[in-house]
Design a protein around this ligand. Structure first.
Ligand code: TYD
Ligand code: MG
Length: 463
């Protein structure tokens, strides 16, 4: 063939994926500045695309007929049961056939390990694990480490979507894992793998494949240094479910969160522990996240938090010391720094503690990031405890949100939190007085102490 196609270039916004013929400083679509980059694209010629799916004999895309909503059956495709309670819960009860799942996380956090583990454990399902990052030997070594053998898991080292679809047509897998979407490229676009147009086009191909063959597809995605999924924002719009794997690489705990789910709630969270032989589920997080101490230490307070529907008792640690240099430092691991500043301002204004001249450091045990506002009360008490150097008795835990006026605000699902605290042997739980309504005090043997203002808590604990 001697036809030399004209090289076609377009500008793409790296943030939202919008296209423009010329470079522009500000994206007209998402409003971000300086996000346009030039990419080479080459539009496919008509009918050149490999027609594996979605075409009838004439090469036209098959059309769907409209149907009454009442007549649509739901029981036709039951969810695929997933081994492991954590993943099942986060996915909302199993894998939905034909769903496209994006699985993001920082490098080295364990994305490939979790997906391979899933592929190996689904023993009665034919799984194709496509890797554009590692060789077959490397994957085999990892599988040996995990120590599960199966004869239904196929490995494919390939980066071209057309070749991947050919293999899919041959093997007919019931689940496909793509590791990772940033390394895959389609021949119909000339730009390099990982670029906006490639990522979008490849994801669109997998989306089409998933919907038309009813095969679930998991795509691993990289994360930018800001913490968002690399590639265009449209990627997140396209997929049915977005999972995020997070945690501190220096700690063994990993959190699996769901930030988007068309088939379930996004509140659920799963906890894993990275061991020498892969990821292990943590079914009793509270027992691990609280340290048993012989001597009570100042600055430590236990919070009864809730992630999704799962109550969890977490140890918060605070250290308050005189600022050695002019500007006091505030540092926090696992807690929003701006919220910490707000809590410190409330303490200063409502309780008269001069924290403005102190360094304040906060740490949430286990390298876990907590989003539940019910942790506020424990943090505030930890700060006061460290500041006064008076330890909080180890049998007390806290659950409450702190408002700007210093009031203790109620938290949701208080009964679950209280019963978890009771189960773990706590003697006293301090909650918002507004939470007393609807709480049957008599059913608990743990002492429930209601408070309405932050200064009340202070006199209650420190006398
Ligand atoms: P990996 O799944 O390759 O991360 P990602 O795909 O997200 O980049 O996990 C890599 C890390 O996990 C690596 O630093 C080693 C560690 N690891 C274990 O500690 N135990 C194991 O059994 C495995 C397979 C990995
Ligand atoms: Mg990987």
């Amino acid at each position: 063939m001697s036809v030399t196609a004209k090289v076609k270039k377009t500008f793409f916004c790296q943030s939202c994926g919008a296209q423009a013929a010329k470079w522009v400083g500000k994206c007209t679509s998402c409003g971000e500045w300086n996000t346009y980059v030039e990419e080479i694209i080459q539009k496919e010629t008509k009918n050149s695309r490999l027609q594996i799916f979605s075409s009838n004999k004439n090469g036209n895309v098959k059309a769907n007929a409209s149907i009454l909503l009442n007549e649509v059956g739901t029981a036709e495709y039951p969810r695929i049961a997933v081994p492991g309670k954590e993943l099942t819960r986060v996915l909302g009860g199993g894998i939905v056939p034909g769903s496209l799942v994006l699985f993001g996380g920082e490098p080295g956090i364990g994305k490939s390990t979790l997906m391979l583990q899933l592929a190996l454990r689904l023993k009665n399902l034919k799984v194709l694990y496509v890797s554009g990052e590692e060789s077959e030997q490397q994957i085999k070594m990892r599988a040996d480490r995990i120590g599960i053998t199966t004869n239904t898991c196929f490995i494919l080292q390939e980066t071209n979507t057309q070749n991947i679809f050919q293999q899919i047509a041959e093997i007919q897998p019931q689940l496909v894992v793509i590791d990772s979407i940033q390394t895959i490229h389609t021949s119909y676009i000339d730009s390099s793998p990982g670029s906006v147009s490639q990522v979008r086009e490849c994801a669109a191909e997998f989306l089409r494949f998933a919907k038309e063959t009813n095969t679930p597809v998991f795509m691993i995605g990289h994360i930018t240094k800001e913490g968002s999924l690399a590639g265009p924002k449209v990627l997140e719009h396209m997929v049915d479910t977005v999972l995020q794997f997070e945690g501190d690489r220096n700690h063994i705990y990993r959190l699996l969160r769901c930030t988007k789910n068309r088939f379930g709630s996004t509140n659920e969270m799963g906890i894993y522990e990275m061991n020498g032989d892969g990821l292990r589920e943590v079914l009793n997080p509270s027992e691990i996240l609280i340290t048993d101490r012989d001597i009570p230490t100042s600055g430590v307070a236990i919070a009864a938090t809730l992630e999704g529907n799962r109550p969890m008792l977490i140890e918060t640690q605070a250290l308050v010391s005189s600022a050695a240099y002019g500007t006091p430092q505030r540092s926090s691991t696992g807690f929003d720094l701006r919220r910490l500043s707000m809590l410190l301002a409330v303490l200063e204004k409502r309780c008269g503690f001069k924290l403005g001249i102190k360094d304040v450091f906060i740490n949430i045990a286990g390298g876990i990031r907590v989003e539940d506002p019910g942790i506020d009360l424990a943090l505030v008490c930890g700060v006061l405890s460290s500041s006064e150097d008076i330890p909080i008795p180890q049998t007390i835990c806290f659950s409450g949100e702190v408002g700007l006026t210093g009031e203790i605000r109620p938290v949701n699902k208080i009964e679950q939190r209280v019963s978890e605290a009771e189960k773990l042997g706590f003697k006293k739980i301090i909650i918002s007085s507004h939470n007393l309504k609807g709480l049957h005090k008599k059913t608990f043997s743990i002492e429930i102490v209601p408070v309405s203002k932050i200064d009340e808590v202070f006199s209650l604990i420190f006398g």
